[in-house]
Design a protein around this ligand. Structure first.
Ligand code: ADP
Length: 363
């Protein structure tokens, strides 16, 4: 296994489209790092440059201590794992696993040893004589992974490997991939547009937008202290609420104010940097219902969506003409009903404050 490093990597496609703007990142040996971001943000381009399927316009790519920027894919000693439909349908699992090694002229003993080891690591021993058509989607995915494992590469690259599986299978296969990563201790780079997949799988996640890594950190750090407004809105479900606020002083303390909303905040260095305005972010899970006399803002319940253990409320602040909409996740015991007027209180330790101009985190 090896580390993977990007050093100020830029990519402009021949049609002039800029897909990577100065990507710099060190992926440690044995780490599972996830590139996550909306469609078109440049995740696959970044992965394909590590694989050697695209060449950077400038910058360098390192695998271990080797500069591989100009090397073709087959000389990089990495394995790209595609979706399971890349299997050979007329060959057995065993033949699928052995195929790459056989093509490279590896000895029979080596092939048997590696296929045996991969099959055991993936729990595929009992399926070795079956054809892919006789396997479940999850099992086929494991075979696709097995084909990469037998090569014992320096790193595994995954491009949306679970996207063609149904929801339940995706969750199961994801958990299996996580377990497998721990067992193999392999360096893995994984691309997905699904923030939940990224959060659950990654040792670290690299949130991408517009060809730039916006925030690279362990999942919970990204969730609890997102680096900017984009990351804050992308990570977490339901998505964070945002309010364009004025910074005012009320009763001697700084306060973020937006219409009827007034949230006292701790004074800090950020107040000076904010200027007259700031964006306040609060996650739906960090809002509680309270008495109108004690609230940050009154709101009217618009829609109630029971989710089982919790309830998602869509609320409206202000009058119909200038209404702002807010989502809150509360306990079913709160008993909120459509058209109730309730008080909302934001969790003071979990406020996210961003600069209005640059949208970067202030607090
Ligand atoms: P993602 O994986 O995040 O969906 P991609 O890396 O596939 O994004 O693409 C990033 C941007 O580059 C997109 O706008 C896409 O249309 C563009 N792009 C990708 N491949 C090419 C190509 N071969 N030629 C021109 N533009 C491309």
């Amino acid at each position: 296994m090896a580390s993977v490093r990007l050093e100020d990597v830029h990519k402009t496609y021949p049609n002039g489209h800029v897909a990577a703007r100065g990507l710099t990142l060190a992926i440690e040996e044995g780490e599972l790092l996830v590139f996550v971001g909306p469609s078109g943000c440049g995740k696959s381009t970044a992965l394909r440059m590590i694989a050697g399927l695209e060449t950077p316009t400038s910058g360098r790519v390192w695998i271990g201590d080797r500069d591989v920027t100009q090397l073709p894919p087959q000389e990089r000693d990495i394995a790209m794992v595609f979706q399971s439909y890349a299997l050979y349908p007329h060959r057995t699992v065993s033949e699928n696993l052995a195929f790459g090694l056989r093509m490279r002229g590896s000895s029979r003993t080596l092939i048997e040893e590696r296929v045996g080891r991969a099959a055991s690591a993936l729990g595929l021993e009992e399926f070795l004589d079956r054809k892919p058509g006789q396997l479940s989607g999850g099992q086929r995915q494991r075979v696709a992974l097995g084909r990469a494992i037998v090569r014992e590469p320096k790193a595994f690259l995954f491009d949306e490997p679970l996207s063609n599986l149904d929801a339940k299978l995706r969750v199961d296969t994801r958990a299996e991939l996580g377990r497998l990563h721990r067992r193999l201790g392999a360096t893995m780079v994984y691309v997905t547009h699904d923030q939940e997949e990224a959060m659950t799988l990654g040792s670290r996640v690299a949130v991408m937008h517009d060809g730039v890594f916006q925030h690279v950190a362990p999942p919970m750090d990204v969730y609890s202290r997102p680096a900017n407004r984009f990351v804050a809105g992308f990570v977490g479900s339901p998505a964070m609420n945002f309010f364009d606020c004025d910074c005012e002083e009320r009763e001697g303390a700084p306060c973020l104010v937006s219409g009827a909303l007034s949230v006292p905040v701790q004074a800090g260095e950020w107040v000076r940097k904010a200027g007259p305005g700031a964006i306040l972010g609060v996650r739906p899970h960090d809002i509680e219902l309270c008495a109108a006399s004690d609230c940050d803002v009154p709101a009217r319940v618009d829609v109630v969506e029971p989710l089982g253990s919790e309830v998602l409320l869509h609320l409206q602040l202000g009058t119909d003409a200038e209404a702002e909409h807010v989502r809150a996740v509360v306990s079913p015991e709160a008993g909120a009903r459509v058209d109730d007027v309730v008080g909302l209180r934001f969790h003071r330790d979990r406020l996210h404050i961003f600069k209005s101009s640059s949208k970067t985190r202030l607090n």
